[in-house]
Design a protein around this ligand. Structure first.
Ligand SMILES: Nc1nc2c(c(=O)[nH]1)N[C@H]1C(S)=C(S)[C@@H](COP(=O)(O)OP(=O)(O)OC[C@H]3O[C@@H](n4cnc5c(=O)[nH]c(N)nc54)[C@H](O)[C@@H]3O)O[C@H]1N2
Ligand SMILES: Nc1nc2c(c(=O)[nH]1)N[C@H]1C(S)=C(S)[C@@H](COP(=O)(O)OP(=O)(O)OC[C@H]3O[C@@H](n4cnc5c(=O)[nH]c(N)nc54)[C@H](O)[C@@H]3O)O[C@H]1N2
Ligand code: SF4
Ligand SMILES: [Mo]
Length: 777
């Protein structure tokens, strides 16, 4: 036991030591924040945190800078004659009504849409209340980065397990063989895999077993692994089918305890029969012997698991790859068992992941509606986010005339965001719930800023569904809100929801809608909302949190289980509570009507001919993939000076510690350019074009063209180039002083809006064919 436990905690708003869970990524690190003179003086990892045990990354250490950022919007703003004015909350809501009500009156709610961005998944208030906006506003089609992220996984999980957020998570703490496909936790800190100090855990696996990384880039994760298998982008599904083929052909299939709960094994065998390793070796770039070996290693290791993430989703065959990662885990006996892929058990069930009405098991009726312009089909209630610009730009019945953005920056983050940038000014109304004036929100008519994260309590919602341990950790706010009467973000969302249904935003009865939402959730768990509400003196996210904890797997069920968890008990444990690792949960976790796992859903099998056609396609000369950096978070941490310093890299240097790095190390490896927004290119490809590190090149795709400096390396597969996303700052009308000083370029100019994974509609942001040419002075 360390001393920290006995150090006093300061109350909200006081100088002294505060404990706070970092809301920036899935690692959910417990932080110790020292406040002096009303300012954050230092932040370090809390070694007593029952989950993260002191882990912290450079981003978490800058939460203070983020909070004190002079550019952060602190008061509502409205645009008058092109100029921003700070106004009262009442005036801001009245302006929302003035702008939005006429649009709805004239064109109906179909002319309104919203874009709900990534940070809401980490926000105390937004996470629990976005469902109100999406579910109760009547807005028929909404957009989110879900369709440039995990939609293929939502789809495969819906089809296989009957739950669109029922994701199996690799039990990395207890596995002895980890195969990572299309993820770089050394940068991302884990995704759809919440674990404290993922790279430390990966180092631990190496000590007792083996780590293999399948990625076109020798990432920092690959550099720490035992083996790097450079794969052709977009071909993971073919590789996995060949692994499945081998498992069947060599009689290595053993489902273990989940066997009786799996439907479709014979079908899967028949499908895999067509995909011998020799058929896919050419296209994947991984030889048939190695593919067979991989299957044998997986089958021959008692505790092994394949983990696929964004590289397997944001690609042309994202749904097939997402499905097949699970298929291989199931076939090799690594499903729902320790050290394999398991279903987490969130201490507080998530409000965000309620079942979608009308999509019950046996009715994968996707395409219940189609977009007006492109005819893209709805999948799990959403259409590709890349449709948004054309739905705004194209006149006619159903044209989008008003947009609400919540914690998003689609101008930088979505395919052809530059087109969105062009059409946003044509909207009749745009309202942004955001904390910064960025490339997207600069087009808004009204900006409604919530409190900063450190002025709010924190307890994760969605992320607990991906966590390798069942944890609960409540953080009180560090700072008082400067204006206690200013609405919190959940109230903002409720007012906008009310406005969409016909009440002026300033007149919305927030408590009534909040109570209605609560009653609905209570009902889904078999409780009477009004009875429960009598126990609380106020509503909002804390009431929901108490309810989801108490009706969760460890909860007291309002007295039925007196020793169970309540928010009050959790608050008495400032270092959090850890209920331990994942446990087997099949079949109870399944949402399919007969509680079976569907191993071979027809909707996905129907996509196999498209993959087969891919095998015969002429190889591309160069394709583009995306990458992340530890010191950045999609488009929005570039305004933190401390994070813009430092040149450490998300990919391996030739001086890296992997055997591969040593064997290929030579003087041509990347020199740091000091600029993180670079095009990584293999030495051979660079030499052929006569370009060197730091040279400016044009990159051209079917979507558009950008100019960017090159970073020459051997840490990438020849024929592949890599760019980070979230850059392209420096636009007029933004207030991002630091970011605008190092703007970088927007890689999504190169992402063609119609290049998608067809079954899910998810953007294929990896594997984009490009041409690269030097810019000659
Ligand atoms: N520091 C930091 N952390 C973050 C974020 C951030 O921006 N910065 N973003 C957060 C978000 S929103 C998300 S969704 C997660 C994502 O977390 P990760 O999934 O770990 O994302 P990346 O680090 O981009 O790693 C994706 C890898 O896929 C590889 N890849 C590309 N195409 C293919 C392919 O076709 N096949 C295979 N096998 N690999 C491919 C890329 O080379 C890259 O190394 O990270 C989260 N965490
Ligand atoms: N080429 C390429 N493009 C990609 C990806 C890729 O791998 N390659 N990855 C995609 C993925 S996985 C994702 S998730 C998306 C991300 O796409 P988005 O979610 O659209 O983009 P972000 O940069 O995360 O924008 C976050 C916004 O939220 C605001 N914000 C931050 N905190 C808060 C808060 O507490 N409250 C409010 N109201 N606002 C807040 C920030 O100011 C910023 O404007 O990008 C996608 N785009
Ligand atoms: S890894 Fe970094 S960004 Fe993620 S939760 Fe921990 S400190 Fe925050
Ligand atoms: Mo994401």
């Amino acid at each position: 036991m360390t001393a920290g436990l006995y150090k006093p905690l300061a109350a909200t708003g006081q100088d002294g030591r505060h404990l706070y869970t970092c809301p920036l990524c899935e690692a959910m690190c417990g932080l110790e924040i020292q406040v002096e003179d009303g300012k954050v003086a230092s932040i370090r990892g809390n070694r007593d945190d029952t989950w993260s045990r002191g882990h912290i990354c450079p981003k978490g250490a800058t939460l203070g800078e983020l909070h004190h950022d002079p550019d952060r919007i602190r008061r509502p703003m409205i645009k008058v004659d092109g100029q921003w004015q700070e106004v009262s909350w009442d005036a801001a809501f009245r302006r929302c009504t003035e702008l939005l009500a006429p649009v709805i009156e004239r064109y109906g709610i179909c002319a309104v849409t919203c874009y709900t961005g990534n940070p809401l998944a980490h926000s105390f208030s937004l996470g629990r209340y976005t469902g109100v906006l999406l579910g109760m506003s009547g807005i028929p089609i909404s957009y989110s980065p879900g369709t440039v992220d995990q939609w293929p996984k939502n789809l495969s999980s819906h089809l296989m397990y009957g739950g669109w957020w029922t994701f199996p998570v690799p039990d990395i703490e207890r596995t002895d063989l980890l195969v990572v496909m299309g993820a770089n936790p050394a940068a991302s800190q884990g995704s759809l895999l919440a674990a404290p100090d993922v790279t430390g855990i990966i180092d631990g696996i190496r000590k007792r077993g083996k780590v293999i990384v399948i990625d076109p880039v020798r990432t920092a994760t690959a550099a720490r692994a035992d083996e790097w298998l450079p794969i052709t982008p977009g071909t993971d599904a073919a590789l996995l089918l060949a692994v499945a083929h081998t498992l069947f052909a060599e009689d290595l299939v053993d489902l273990g305890a989940v066997g009786p709960h799996v439907d479709g094994l014979d079908r899967m065998r028949a499908v895999a029969a067509d995909w011998p390793p020799e058929r896919v070796a050419g296209v994947t770039g991984i030889d048939a012997g190695r593919i067979r070996g991989l299957a044998r290693e997986l089958a021959g290791t008692a505790r092994a698991v394949v983990y696929g993430r964004i590289g397997t989703c944001n690609q042309e065959f994202g749904s097939l790859a997402s499905w097949l990662v699970d298929v291989v885990n199931i076939l090799s006996g690594h499903f729902d068992v320790e050290g394999g892929a398991m279903f987490p058990r969130a201490a507080a069930w998530s409000v965000t992941v309620q079942p979608i009405p009308g999509l019950e098991d046996g009715a994968p009726e996707f395409g219940r509606f189609r977009t007006r312009v492109r005819g893209a089909k709805e999948v799990l209630g959403q259409v590709p986010v890349s449709c948004l610009a054309e739905e705004i730009a194209t006149p006619g019945e159903g044209q989008i005339r008003a947009l609400i953005t919540v914690a998003g920056n689609p101008v930088l983050s979505t395919p052809a965001g530059h087109k969105l940038d062009e059409v946003l000014p044509s909207l009749d109304a745009m309202i942004a719930v955001d904390l910064w004036l960025n490339e997207t929100t600069r087009h808004a008519d009204v900006i409604l800023p919530g409190p900063s994260p450190l002025e709010q309590p924190h307890h994760d919602d969605l992320i607990l569904n991906f966590a390798i341990n069942s944890i609960a950790n409540y953080s009180p706010p560090v700072f008082e809100r400067p204006d206690p009467d200013a609405p919190e973000e959940w109230e903002i969302l409720i007012r906008l929801t009310g406005l969409c249904t016909g009440t002026p935003a300033e007149d919305v009865d927030v408590a009534a809608i909040d109570d209605g939402f609560f009653d609905y959730m209570a009902f889904t768990k078999g409780f009477d909302g009004a009875t429960l509400r009598a126990l609380y003196d106020r509503g909002g996210p804390e009431r929901i949190l108490d309810f989801t904890l108490r009706t969760g797997p460890f909860g007291d069920r309002y007295g039925e289980n007196p020793d169970g968890l309540t928010l009050e008990k959790l608050k008495a444990q400032p270092n959090g509570i850890n209920f331990g690792p994942m446990i087997p949960q099949v079949p109870s976790v399944l949402g399919t009507s007969d509680r079976k796992i569907r191993l071979a859903p027809q909707y996905l099998l129907d996509d196999l001919p498209r993959l087969a056609a891919r095998l015969n396609r002429a190889p591309d000369e160069l394709v583009l993939v995306s990458r992340r950096h530890l010191r950045s978070n999609n488009s929005w941490l570039h305004n933190v000076a401390a994070l813009m310093k430092g040149t450490d890299s998300a990919h391996a240097r030739s001086t890296g510690n992997s055997a591969h790095a040593r064997s290929t190390g030579n003087s041509a490896h990347a020199r740091s350019t000091g600029n993180r927004c670079t095009l990584l290119m293999h030495i051979d490809d660079a030499q052929r074009r006569d370009v060197r590190t730091g040279d400016l090149v044009t990159v051209t795709s079917a979507g558009g063209q950008i100019e960017v400096p090159v970073e020459v390396t051997d840490a990438i597969k020849p024929g592949v180039v890599s760019m980070p996303h979230g850059w392209g700052h420096g636009k007029d009308g933004t207030r991002l002083t630091i970011a605008n000083g190092s703007p970088g370029v927007n890689t999504n100019v190169l992402s063609p809006p119609t290049f998608i994974d067809e079954p899910s509609g998810n953007g294929a942001l990896n594997g984009i064919p490009v041409a690269v040419d030097p810019v000659r002075a």
